[in-house]
Design a protein around this ligand. Sequence first.
Ligand code: ADP
Ligand code: MG
Length: 343
Amino acid sequence: MAAIQTLPPRLANQIAAGEVVERPASVTKELIENALDAGASRVEVEVEQGGARLIRVRDDGDGIAHDQMPLALSRHATSKIHSLDDLEAVSSLGFRGEALASISSVARLTLTSRARGETEGWCVEAEGQDMQTRVSPAAHPQGTTVEVRDLFFNTPARRKFLRTEKTEFNHLEENLRRQALSRFDVGFTLQHNGRAVQSLRPATTERDRQQRVASLCGSQFMEHALSIDVEASGLRLQGWVALPTFSRSQADLQYFFVNGRPIRDRLVAHAVRQAYRDVLYNQRHPAFVLYLEVDPANVDVNVHPTKHEVRFRDGRLVHDFLFRSLHRALAEVRPGDDSTEPG
Ligand code: ADP
Ligand code: MG
């Protein structure tokens, strides 16, 4: 039997990366979450070759103080929670302190930042098996830029799983769509191979918000959407649901947010499907952009490392609330004679 040894930091981080860093889109997801947690009002994303060659995310958030720069890259280091109590009522998107450490173990990552109120900026990288950090001065406006080059350059087995540039970029764009739908107050831009792909100004009025949804989900969706806002039993559901006149052949226009966090959940999916059951043919899929607000104490977000899943304390209550709210909203509008069926 071989002797038991502690893994070198890079290897330990590469193993952890297996759970959260699947492809370029997962990198942008984590970096955008960090920008949002830092209170950014603008997030700029630049990618090359679908993100495999370069991902650069720049924000105008709080930045990181000089003495904290090395910690930002080390595993299990986070500024977002300090105790189990914090975790149980967590409101930030991040809290695991793993993303930057994981990403920098499988790519060439440079973190550059200038903290609010400071006059100088700094950059840091983690090198070698020990992931020793080196901090050096760097010009940067207030905020943070994370540059990730050559994803999986040192993990060939993972690199093989990358799909074509187009497929990877589609995933990345889909992720950005989800995040842009989760924060109307933040401006987002996306560039691919030097070409501007998306530019969204912060949306403050209801009209702005509708415009953002239209530019992300298509104006067809918005034209056929019913706006909803229901509150009961300590739950609130807001957003837009497509009338049966706009259904899809695939479940590709379904966005659901719990306390601002994009999630996929079977219970939610089931409630929505039931609500549409009488008005939609079986093979068709509803389209929706919905926001559920729940007391953070009644929902567990620490179910999976990617945080796409949540667990509700009272799942039945949530299910019934969703079903009833949507069913009622859809029942109020009679199926129209306009039977265009895009998608
Ligand atoms: P987590 O988000 O779970 O805390 P990360 O590895 O993603 O873990 O980030 C580690 C820490 O680095 C964060 O807790 C935060 O303090 C800091 N950080 C990362 N990205 C940014 C950013 N864009 N702006 C400000 N601080 C950041
Ligand atoms: Mg994070």
